[in-house]
Write a protein that binds this ligand. Sequence first.
Ligand code: SAM
Length: 248
Amino acid sequence: MPATPAWPPRSAPRLFVPGPLEEGGQIALEGQQAHYLGKVMRVGPGDAVIACDDATGEWACEVISAGKLDVVLSVRMKLREREDVPDFVLCAALLKKPNFDLVLEKATELGVAAVQPVVTRRCVADKLNPERALTIVTEAAEQCARTALPRVEEPARLDALLRDWPEDRALFFADEQGGAPAAATFAAHKGPAALLVGPEGGFDDTERDLVRAHPQARAITLGPRILRAETACISAIGLWMAMSGDWT
Ligand code: SAM
């Protein structure tokens, strides 16, 4: 007797949709999401779609209709609560667009709670398009099966960020000029934390002194080589997740 295939199938498309979702409710999708489900994933009545609302969690839905311009889903059952990601914030200096897009995508996949773009003196970019950033983190969350979207904060100047820094959050400062070994430092820390990574041109000496003088700041090294900013972000977040995050 062949086994009944699991429902919803793991291959079911996954989308973040406006909430709150509830059992028995209906979701009418239009525009890009309807195109993605109808034309790209070719869903039809009876097919499964996994929907998240970044609040109540993850739900299995059934396609009721799939028309040219819209797809209607019926919410069938809750699969998971919204996850509690580690309280870890990436404070990344703004980079050229493709590199910062990569940082947003990878930081989401790796599990950060938020991304705080930082404007420093050597930044080549000083603005971030919030809609574009939200699209990038949402697509990355859909792809890696996150049920909680990371916050993407408004860009902040370094001095303002440090001035308003919360006393209960450690600030690990990735300094290419040296610092404490990252793994041991991360492992020893319990509680809210953040990582600060500089731009392509690095921090200037005044900024470095300002950060190092901050009571919550701890300089860490990511090894003897000078990493590209995006590499520093991705490798340090991975290390944090392994030492103190949810990879344990
Ligand atoms: N222009 C700088 C230089 O040549 O010294 C390099 C800046 S690096 C491309 C960008 C950022 O990545 C740095 O500001 C730092 O935050 C981080 N980074 C790169 N390599 C690092 C390392 N070995 N240890 C700690 N942080 C590092």
